[in-house]
Structure formats: C-alpha cells, structure tokens
Design a binder for this molecule. Structure first.
Ligand code: TYD
Ligand code: MG
Length: 481
C-alpha cells in the first residue's frame, strides 16, 4: 500500500487557520507574523475512539430551548466548588464552577504546579460537609495529570506541601487517549492537566506543544468537561512575550483565564483573572512563595508596607484598587545627578509613559530641575501599579527624593495629576480612605473634590485636601534643591 506523505503546512498562532504557503499576514484573521511551520503527517485513526465523546459542547439530553424562568433556582445550588484557598476563590469569583474549564498561565518556575497541587490537596475536602449530597462521600475526586513530572517527583513535592488525600489521583501521561480513558475510570470532580503543551493527540502528526496539538487537546478536554459535572484546570505555558503559548483561540474557548504573575526572584505571586464567564475579572489573589509552598496573603497592605523603613527620603505610600480590594503599596524614588548627557529614567512597577508625564509636570509646574538628574522609581513587593491614582504618590516620592526630605511617616497620597498640575478625583476613594485609616495613616492626601464629598464623614481630621501639585509640595517641606 502506498504510504501517504508528510506535508509542511503553516498554522496561524492567532486563529489556528492552516495554509499551504507562508505569508506575512494571516488571510483568515488579518494578524501579521503569526504563521508557523508545522509538519502534517497522514491521519492515523485513534487507538481508543470509544474514549471520545461528541464534540458538542451541550449536554445531549438538553437540545431544546428552555425559558429562563423555567430553570429551577435550585439548579445553581452547589454549582461552585470552593477550592479551600480563599485567595484563589476570590480570583475565581467564589470558586470553581462545575463543567467549566480554567486556563492558568504563567512563566516557567512561577509556581503553577505548586499552586495546583495545593489546590488539589485543599479541594478534596473543602466545603464537603455542606455538599454531602454531592455523591462522593469520601471527598472530592481529583485527577492530576502531569506530562512534565514523574509520580515520584510529584510525591516529593506533595510531601513538602503536606498534601495527602485519599481522593487525589496522579496520572503521569502525555497521550490524550490514555488520559480520556483514565477520566472514564476515575470519574474525577476536578481534572488538572499540567500542562496542555505536553499532551499530544495521536491522530495529529505535529509534535506536542504545536498550535494544532494545543488546539486539538484543548478542544478534547473542553468537550469532555462540558458533557459532565467535572471541572477542568489546564496549565498553559507562556511564550517569551508573556502571552499564552498556542492559538489565541484557546483563550476564547475556555471559561476562565487566570494569569499567575510575579517576579520569580521575589516571593509575592498574584493570580489575576483575565477572563471569567462566571465572575468579575478585576479580583486578584495574593500569595507568597515560602519553603512550604504558597502561602495565602490575606492582608496584602500589611505585608507590603510592614517592612518598609519610615522617614526615608523618596518613599511615599499609595493605595490602588485591585477589583474590590484596596491595596497599599509604597512607591520609592531615587533622584541623583547624572554623569550622562541624557538622564536615565527607570520605572520598575510603574507605567513608563505615566512616569514621564509626572516628571514633566514637576519640571514645568514646580520648576524642579530634573533634566540633569537620573530618576529611578520602584514599587515595593514587585507589584505593578498601572492606575492613575498613584500619580500623586509618585510625584510626592520624587519631590521628597529631590529635596532629600522624607514625607511624614503617617502620610499617604491618593489622586491623579492633570497636565496643568491639578489634582483629580479617582474612583473608589471611600474604599481607599477606609483602608488607609485601617492601616493607621493620619494624613490622607486626596483631591479637593473627594475631600468635599467625604468631609462630612467621621474621619475628617485625617483628610488633607490637595488642589494641585503646589499643595502637595507644601507637605514635603519646600526648600528647593
Ligand atoms: P513550580 O510549581 O514547579 O513552577 P511551574 O510549574 O510554574 O513551572 O514551582 C517551582 C518554583 O517554586 C521553584 O523555583 C521552587 C519554588 N518552590 C518553593 O519556593 N517552595 C516550595 O515549597 C515549592 C514546592 C516550590
Ligand atoms: Mg510545572
């Protein structure tokens, strides 16, 4: 019998479209530079076709339309599975929803496998008392599929994390059919695939991790998840730009996309929802990587400012909103005379353009001489502050650093700066002020308009109105450098 030949095809990493010829622009989705070469072998029939089910995302029993009001309220009871990790539950909007698919991505070594093993450990029993009608009296069944580590390696980590559950099953396999068959036999409540890039489908010729494989594998697990009560967590690698490796389509296919962020060299880790079909995407979960795995940080403000030295020039606390949660962090600035013709501007944890605007406002409106000085801005704890509410704090830190005068130890600055130096109100001021009061700040600098609104409240004595950058300057001592 003549053997069918291998063929080179070009697959778009954005939409997954397949072409015979390479071109700079994808003809399907219009993206540039997204076509990648793949070798396509002839299709080999799957060894275990019985393990697969219909690719329909709907349950086969429910093919007719139904009136929204006819859906019984009780149907949503117990639909969320609490993970037992409050910070993760918070990022997920209250827990893992049954029959949903979560994609979690992050840089190598950030702690994805650690997080999921801990989740598997705490999820087995979490909330079981209230949901004993679940049908799994001996704890929730979790199937942890690893394509990256051996059972012994995972056991070693589990010991370190103190994860020991009778209903946690490990399966070290990379063949999709074998995994589907194992799902049939274990019947897990939660399936964890670590990672989607290491699993391959025999019917496709391309190597695991290629765009077509990732798309196919995801589709397989998504359709299996939607057809039963099981929830699935997929781990996704990121490419060098920080985007999830594989087709962009993958993010559209899943229900929740979580990004696990943080600086590998620092201990703080943040789980951020980039997409959530069942909750808000603004919420974050904060963790700290310790010797015994990830520890939840329930009070991030306290952690972020407790170790910062007081009365040091160039530091000012700010308050950002992460979803509904206000978090206090410290902005540090260093201003020093430059030996170079063009001064350096380095911002770590801040938006560079925003930082340039604030420096320009300080030069133009306050007449500060910064053009012959290097300016470095850093945010403590490895946090990224992209909010304009930190403008006032950044300006205060720079003024303080340039004058070598510290801001008062109990001062915090909340507000946005306009180009003419005016201070503008920001959303969520009440929550921010409440957090600042809780953390013991006695001088809360806030825009005049917010002050007017809030002055009737009990903590008027602590509020300091700031109309413009000139008022701000007065709080930091005004002998010019
Ligand atoms: P890992 O979960 O393997 O990362 P990923 O799956 O995202 O690649 O985490 C690896 C890092 O976490 C590794 O550098 C060591 C660190 N770590 C700890 O600091 N403490 C721990 O208890 C564990 C399990 C890992
Ligand atoms: Mg891993």
């Amino acid at each position: 019998m003549a053997q069918a030949k291998e063929k080179i095809v070009y697959v778009c990493s954005s939409c997954g479209a397949v072409f015979d010829k390479w071109s700079g622009k994808c003809r399907e989705c219009g993206e540039w530079n997204t076509l990648e070469e793949e070798i396509q072998k002839p299709v080999i029939p799957s060894k275990a076709p019985h393990a697969r089910q219909s690719s329909s995302l709907l349950s086969s029993a429910e093919q007719k339309s139904i009136r929204l009001k006819d859906i019984p309220d009780g149907m949503t009871d117990g639909i969320r599975i609490k993970t037992g990790m409050h910070e993760l539950d918070r990022a997920l909007g209250g827990g893992i929803v049954k029959s949903s698919v979560i994609l979690i991505s992050g840089e190598p070594g950030i702690g994805k496998s650690t997080l999921l093993l801990q989740l598997a450990g705490s999820c087995c029993t979490s909330g079981m008392d209230s949901q004993s009608a679940d049908g799994c009296p001996d704890g929730r069944r979790i199937l942890y599929v690893s394509g990256e580590e051996s059972a012994a390696q995972i056991k070693l980590r589990a010991k370190r994390l103190n994860v020991q559950n009778d209903t946690l099953f490990l399966f070290c396999e990379t063949d999709a059919d074998a995994i589907l068959a194992e799902i049939d036999s274990v019947k897990p409540d939660i399936l964890i695939i670590d990672s989607v890039q290491t699993i391959f489908d025999r019917s496709l010729s391309s190597s695991s991790g290629s765009i077509s494989q990732v798309k196919q594998i995801s589709q397989l697990f998504i359709s299996r998840t939607k057809s039963c009560d099981m929830a699935t967590v997929l781990v996704g690698h990121v490419n060098k730009d920080g985007a999830i490796a594989g087709p962009k389509l993958l993010e559209h296919m899943v229900d929740v996309v979580l990004h696990f962020e943080g600086d590998r060299t620092r201990s703080y880790r943040i789980v951020r929802a980039a997409k959530n079909r069942f909750g808000s995407t603004n919420e974050i979960g904060v963790f700290e990587m310790t010797g015994e795995g990830l520890e939840e940080v329930g009070d991030p403000s306290m952690r972020l400012i407790e170790d910062t030295p007081k009365n040091v020039p160039g530091a000012c606390p700010v308050c950002v909103m992460e979803g509904t949660r206000p978090i206090i962090a410290e902005v540090q600035a260093l201003v020093s005379k430059t030996p170079f013709p063009t001064p350096k501007r380095i911002g770590n944890g801040t938006d560079f353009n925003r930082m340039s605007i604030i420096l320009a406002i300080l030069e133009k409106r306050l007449g500060m001489r910064l053009y012959d000085k290097d300016v470095y801005i850093n945010v403590t704890g490895g946090l990224r502050l992209d909010e304009t509410s930190t403008d006032l704090g950044i300006a205060a830190a720079v003024i303080s650093a340039a004058r070598d005068k510290s801001v008062p130890a109990d001062m915090i600055a909340i507000g946005e700066l306009g180009l003419s130096g005016e201070c503008r109100a920001v959303p969520g001021t009440e929550a921010r002020v409440a957090e600042a009061v809780r953390m013991g700040f006695n001088k809360i600098l806030l825009p005049q308009r917010s002050y007017e609104k809030m002055r009737s409240k009990s903590n008027e004595k602590l509020l300091c109105p700031v109309r413009s950058i000139f008022n701000l300057s007065e709080y930091i001592g005004n002998d010019q450098n």
